[in-house]
Design a protein around this ligand. Structure first.
Ligand SMILES: CC(C)(COP(=O)(O)OP(=O)(O)OC[C@H]1O[C@@H](n2cnc3c(N)ncnc32)[C@H](O)[C@@H]1OP(=O)(O)O)[C@@H](O)C(=O)NCCC(=O)NCCS
Length: 385
């Protein structure tokens, strides 16, 4: 395609297939069904690690030794204080506001307490990254409490990242199994290639704005139903189906209407999403424990039918198919599912923004002008039809 400058320009709608940055942080192998963070397979990390370590790994490039881990945890603890105005916004926005709108507003508002937010040195921006990450469990937890019409829990909790979130969200100490399952879900959501929200955080940081702004952009982008939000819709569909014996006719009708089955298919994975594989076993466990076994059995039937029908086309369950029912079985409201995605993805957003900032180049793609080239003569407003 010939551009206005006379150069050859390739037009890729939605930047599909365009390589826009180099990264050492993570990659998605859609053919083999692998997700890798800095060389470690996600399955290895979920079996052996925890969210805090994974957050360090993504942001610093290696797994921490004991001292590095303790220092990182200390910094997180020192930054976990939530300004009172954050709670005021959450309470004021209440149930009438989309939780992602509340989340992006409070993250953006945190910048107003930081006199150094615009110092774009890596060191300072890394400080901001830790500060935001450390506050996320209490913030997302508080948003959940207001959605459920309950009081915000302000008493400090000193559990793990996942445990703290559950404590602030549910108003009780989670048991070790619930904590492990949430911890795993957060590790699985921590990074996933050059997805839309990660890309928008890079665009923002590339202007030498700050990590508050980059994270606010990322949260805004994640809000859209084509990105975050499919897990809520997958759960709704499974609950609508109601029982395994209704799955066949329900799916037949959806396929006949050419509707997409929520929680299936992926732009990159053409085999079973490795994240869904890990979550499925936890979904089986937690739904039985919480007496929501029927939801899992219905989902399992949906999976069986879908794989028989569309497996050949490379359509398999994705991460969203089982994550929603896990959160729901824990007593979390569906409206908080996308903020939970952000709670995990924050480490990927900050790691990739900081990586990009280290060899920064302002994002400035072009658009292909397909309008009239003129020059047209100007007609005054009095004479226009
Ligand atoms: C994620 C998604 C957007 C990826 O789409 P994509 O790579 O652009 O693939 P396409 O939409 O072009 O689909 C390719 C084919 O598979 C079919 N397909 C893809 N996902 C499907 C689904 N969930 N249900 C039924 N059919 C599906 C399409 O209808 C299309 O069929 P065709 O070739 O006969 O037209 C898509 O699979 C989808 O909308 N899934 C449901 C929403 C979801 O779970 N999103 C979360 C992703 S993590």
């Amino acid at each position: 395609m010939e551009g206005s400058s006379g150069q050859n320009n390739t037009y890729a709608k939605g930047l599909e297939g365009v390589i826009a940055a180099e990264t050492e942080i993570g990659f998605v192998d859609g053919q083999e069904g692998r997700l890798v963070y800095r060389g470690y397979d996600i399955t290895t990390l979920c079996d052996n690690s925890n969210y805090e370590e994974v957050s360090y790994l993504l942001n610093y490039g290696k797994l921490p030794n004991r001292k590095e881990m303790n220092d990182y945890l200390e910094k997180m603890k020192a930054n976990s204080e939530i300004p009172e105005s954050t709670y005021e916004i959450i309470e004021k926005f209440g149930r009438k506001t989309h939780p992602m709108v509340t989340l992006r507003t409070v993250i953006s508002n945190l910048a107003s307490y930081d006199p150094q937010e615009s110092d774009s040195s890596i060191e300072n921006q890394r400080r901001i990254a830790i500060s935001i990450t450390a506050k996320m469990p209490a913030i997302v937890g508080a948003i959940h409490r207001t959605i459920q019409g309950k009081d915000i829990i302000k008493t400090k909790s000193e559990l793990s990242y996942a445990g703290n979130f559950l404590y602030y969200a549910l108003g009780r100490n989670p048991d070790s199994v619930e904590t492990k399952i949430m911890d795993t879900a957060l590790m699985l959501h921590a990074d996933h290639g050059m997805n839309a929200s990660t890309f928008s955080s890079l665009v923002t940081i590339s202007t030498l704005a700050d990590i508050y702004s980059a994270t606010t952009s990322a949260i805004s982008t994640l809000k859209g139903p084509l990105h975050g939000g499919a897990n809520e819709r997958a759960l709704k569909m499974i609950m609508d189906i109601g029982s395994p014996d209704r799955a066949g006719p329900y799916l037949e009708a959806m396929v006949a209407r050419k509707e997409k089955i929520m929680g299936f298919g992926h732009r990159v994975y053409k085999v079973y999403d490795p994240r869904a594989k890990i979550l499925k076993k936890y979904a089986a466990y937690i739904s039985e424990k919480s007496e929501k076994k029927n939801i899992f059995e219905t989902a399992n039937k949906v999976e069986e039918i879908m794989i028989n029908k569309l497996g050949e086309k490379g359509i398999f369950p994705n991460v969203d198919f089982y994550s929603g029912m896990i959160y729901y079985s824990m007593g979390l409201s569906p409206e908080i599912f996308t903020p939970i995605f952000a709670l995990g993805r924050i480490s990927g957003w900050t790691a990739r923004s900081l990586e990009y900032l280290q060899s920064n180049k302002l994002f400035r793609p072009k658009a292909l002008y397909v309008g009239e080239k003129g020059p047209k003569s100007y007609i005054s407003i009095q004479e226009r039809q």
